[in-house]
Design a protein around this ligand. Structure first.
Ligand code: FAD
Ligand code: NAD
Length: 468
């Protein structure tokens, strides 16, 4: 029987990063994955394919809508869905092949099949296509089995017309009318993809805000901007059903006034969150305890109640984000090695890849109000940015929240062009506990979108913005 220092179950961004860091630290490491390719949700059916389609459709949207104003005339513009989906497939393949290469390079044994506990130190790996299971012995286990789309119990998902994000990444036609249930991250990224190429898109959201877990100013601005590309929003609506008849789906919801709303479309995307995935692990055999909402219970060291068994990523508490899973993968590897790593969960940024992009880090204004913290706000709109005017991307703003007395930056919330990358400046500043004035006094290249961050910090520092 093969023996390992560490066995990682699941090869998503949590699992494969944990495996690489374990190998770097000198541990004999195995990585178990049940799907034919490595990379988990993120690389196969999540972050990477969705961003590939967001980029393709943004190109089309610009060619269709903004090129003319730039002085570029195109005739016979058309969407070729097969080519768009094939390109996305190529992007995914390059990424998952890259992970296979990294496993080889780091001498990590990749074991194909479903991993399940025999006991706390023995794992069985059953090949997905059938055949004899193999067994291994291990000193430590890192569970990184991720999540799957949450289902609404009253909706039968046939995965053809009533679909999850996985199927929404493979549609090879322009939908006539896509009804999206859930105005969160997946709902709005998918809504953007299909609205940009001409589909009618309606988003039905239960709460009275889009992306309701982010600073509320962002959802408000995003609703206004996405409305301009024709997306219809039904906020404060409680979905009561979705039924398919032929190629059509009828979605019903209760309006804020208690009336019934009926929407008919050819596709209904259900995007109401994701649930931790532990099926097949046989956790009982190892005695691993769970907590609410199907998550594996872990302590501050990401260790379960069983010494030597850890869990990371979407399968445990916290934001369901690839970079959060990656940080936890590194954290556990270093913990097993006896180091004292640290993760600052407050400073894990959240990004939505719509156009304009949306990003936030630290406390939201609503959280500061709730905690009774005295704060000041500095805001700068992209319409006052020379760089944004040059590219015709003038929607959105940067909002900086700083401590009223010390001026320390407490939160940064942005909506605007390329701010998925700009949020890294806010994370760096906050990790070093910068004040708004610290950032305001740093030189930012001109003309860049990043100047909006400097200006918002100036605005937070005694209302000193220069270009406003
Ligand atoms: P996963 O990536 O889910 O990987 C778990 C792996 O474990 C899977 O490969 C699964 O097959 C395997 N597995 C499960 N059980 C077993 C078993 N018993 N034996 C063997 N293997 C097993 N996050 C971002 O940060 N940025 C984004 O832009 C982003 N976009 C997204 C877009 C979409 C459409 C979706 C659905 C998600 C997106 N996410 C994004 C979220 C991100 O994908 C997840 O947070 C991330 O993948 C979680 O990583 P993980 O390692 O915990 O699990
Ligand atoms: P989400 O939690 O972001 O949004 C779900 C939305 O559905 C919420 O706004 C919620 O109020 C609404 N909702 C719930 N039940 C409803 C109902 N019955 N009717 C109408 N609305 C309802 O979840 P998601 O968009 O499914 O994404 C899942 C996870 O994947 C998220 O945790 C997210 O972090 C991750 N993800 C991240 C990215 C990114 O980082 N760019 C992209 C996609 C997904």
């Amino acid at each position: 029987m093969n023996q390992y220092d560490v066995t990682v179950i699941g090869s998503g961004p949590g699992g494969y990063v944990a495996a690489i860091r374990c190998a770097q630290l000198g541990f004999k490491t195995a990585l178990i994955e049940k799907y034919p390719t490595l990379g988990g949700t993120c690389l196969n059916v999540g972050c990477i394919p969705s961003k590939a389609l967001l980029d393709s459709t943004e190109h089309y949207h610009n060619a269709h809508i903004t090129f003319k104003e730039h002085g570029i005339e195109l005739n016979d513009l058309a969407v070729n869905m097969n080519q768009m989906m094939d390109r996305k497939g190529g992007v995914v393949k390059a990424n998952v092949d890259g992970i296979a290469y990294l496993m080889k390079k780091n001498k990590i044994d990749v074991l194909a099949g479903v991993g399940s506990f025999i006991d706390k130190n023995h794992i069985s790996i059953a090949p997905t296509g059938g055949g004899e299971a193999q067994q291994i012995e291990t000193k430590n286990v890192i569970i990184a089995t991720g999540s799957k789309p949450t289902v609404l119990p009253f909706i039968q998902q046939d995965k053809q017309r009533i679909i999850t994000s996985t199927e929404a990444l493979t549609i090879r036609e322009v939908p006539k009318h896509m009804v999206v249930i859930g105005g969160g991250v997946i709902g709005l990224e998918m809504a953007s993809i299909y609205a940009r190429i001409g589909a009618k898109v309606s988003v039905v959201e239960y709460t009275d805000s889009l992306i309701p877990t982010m600073d509320l100013a962002l959802g408000k601005e995003l609703k206004r901007i996405l409305g301009k590309i024709g997306i219809q929003f039904y906020l404060g609506h409680k979905v009561t059903g979705a039924t398919r008849a032929g190629d059509m789906v009828t979605v019903t919801a209760t309006t804020p006034k208690g009336e019934e709303l009926k929407l008919e479309g050819d596709y209904c995307l259900v995007a109401v969150g994701r649930s931790p995935y532990t099926a097949g692990l046989n956790l009982e055999a190892a005695g691993v305890q769970m907590e609410e909402r199907g998550r594996i219970k872990v302590d501050a060291h990401m260790q379960t109640n069983v010494p030597g068994i850890y869990a990371i990523g979407d399968v445990v508490r916290g934001a369901m984000l690839a970079h959060k899973a990656e940080e936890e993968g590194t954290f556990v590897a270093e913990t097993i090695a006896g180091q004292k790593p640290h993760i600052n969960y407050l400073l894990i940024p959240g990004v939505v890849y719509t156009w304009p992009e949306v990003a936030g880090v630290g406390y939201t204004e609503e959280q500061l109000k709730q905690e009774g913290k005295a704060y000041k706000v500095g805001s700068f709109p992209f319409k006052a940015s020379g760089r944004a005017r040059a590219s015709m991307d003038t929607d959105g703003f940067v909002k900086v929240l700083a401590d009223k007395t010390t001026d320390e930056i407490l939160g940064v919330h942005m909506i605007g062009p390329r701010i998925a990358d700009l949020i890294a400046e806010a994370v760096t500043a906050m990790e070093f506990r910068a004040s708004a004035e610290d950032v305001a006094r740093m030189s930012h290249a001109h003309p860049t979108y990043a100047e909006a961050m400097k200006e918002a910090c100036l605005a937070a520092t005694d209302n000193r913005a220069i270009h406003m």
